[in-house]
Design a protein around this ligand. Structure first.
Ligand code: ACO
Length: 334
């Protein structure tokens, strides 16, 4: 084993300006602020509503913010992985356009698709590349325009989702900080409960797919809920046990911001107090792969160097996972 660790040394983020409130949604479908807050926990979400812009634009903005904050030379970035399930195009990847925009001329670039787990899976990949000794400085992005596949006549899904992007700088260190451990799992039998039926190679766009609303998310909410709670809870418990983590030494848990009841159920199963559970779902909704880096960006001032942080996520596939990292720096970075 090498003694290199992959440490997060900076966070950037971006959310579009347009705020879609529950009040506005209640004029579009038969719902209410009270129902949405009780069942999902989203008060408002951001929507990228400018013509011709997609998740790549959000990713570019987040990376610009990261570069501004850290002051690093883009030429020194050796690779960028963009986690997304709402890419601008089937090809080329969002990552190629983000790297072009950021002038990272020495970087490889590719997208990684693991739905709502995308950022955590991409971080695990980046950490492995750095631990191998082959790379010293990478960028990991989570960027989503989930509202591009939301049906705003379907009240059971449209309150959940929002748009945004987060980006982190990942660097090599010999200090005992950064990415420590992860458990990642897949259960492909979950396909039927959560997927986007058309737009891929099985059902390319046609009059039929448009007429049958096949470009919108298909979700069986109750089943997804149960699988999410069970798998996130079990995997996080296993991760905590093998790393001797418990209520006394965990500083923060950052769960995927799927639904407030899922987040609370997972925290409860681990016996973690609410003040250690990081939540942004009320203001950004579920931005899929962008959720976890958006939490890091939004709450960056709370982290201290060495903080023990547990991540956990669940998404379409099903894919799920939990990871343990030690935060890399103290709050003030001007
Ligand atoms: N406003 C008012 N009523 C609603 C709404 C709404 N927005 N949506 C559904 N209802 C109604 C239904 O029509 C149904 O009415 P009926 O009993 O008259 O038929 C009733 O509420 C109950 O419907 P359910 O679908 O059973 O509601 P449930 O309590 O399961 O809540 C929800 C639905 C919020 C989607 C829930 O199942 C859930 O959160 N599931 C997890 C899904 C999730 O988090 N997905 C995120 C993507 S995947 C991921 O990120 C992990």
């Amino acid at each position: 084993m090498s003694n290199l660790h992959a440490i997060i040394t900076g966070v950037g983020g971006y959310v579009p300006d347009y705020v879609l409130t529950n009040e506005e949604l209640s004029q579009m479908v038969d719902t209410s602020d009270e129902w949405i807050m009780t069942r999902i926990g989203v008060k408002e979400r951001r929507v990228l509503n400018k013509e011709g812009l997609g998740s790549g634009y959000l990713g570019k903005k987040a990376v610009h913010n990261l570069l501004d904050k850290t002051g690093i030379d883009p030429d020194t970035v050796e690779g960028l992985i963009c986690a997304t399930c709402s890419p601008d195009y089937q090809f080329p990847s969002n990552a190629t356009q983000i790297v072009e925009d950021a002038k990272m001329k020495n970087a490889f670039a590719y997208d990684l698709g693991a739905a709502c787990c995308g950022f955590m899976y991409a971080m695990d990949t980046a950490a492995s590349l750095i631990e191998s000794g082959r790379y010293k400085r990478l960028v990991v992005v989570g960027a989503e325009k989930t509202t591009s596949f939301v049906d705003y006549t379907d009240r059971s899904t449209c309150p959940i989702f929002g748009d945004g992007a987060g980006a982190v700088l990942v660097e090599a260190t010999e200090e005992d900080l950064g990415w420590q451990d992860s458990i990642l799992r897949t259960d492909g039998s979950g396909f039927k409960y959560l997927h986007l039926p058309a737009g891929g190679s099985v059902n390319p766009a046609s009059h039929y797919t448009v007429d049958h609303k096949m470009h919108y998310i298909h979700q069986e909410g109750r089943t997804v809920f149960k699988y999410a709670v069970n798998n996130m809870s079990h995997l996080t418990a296993e991760l905590c046990e093998r790393n001797h983590l418990n209520n006394d030494n965990i500083d923060w848990i950052i769960p995927h911001q799927a639904n407030i009841r899922i987040i609370q159920a997972v925290a409860h199963s681990l016996d973690l107090p609410p003040e250690k559970v990081m939540i942004t779902i009320h203001k950004y909704g579920n931005a899929s792969a962008a959720c976890i880096p958006l939490v890091m960006w939004d709450m960056e001032d709370k982290f201290k160097k060495g903080d023990n942080i547990v991540l956990t996520a669940f998404g379409a596939g099903f894919v799920f996972g939990s990871a343990y990292l030690k935060w890399g720096y103290d709050p003030v970075r001007k």
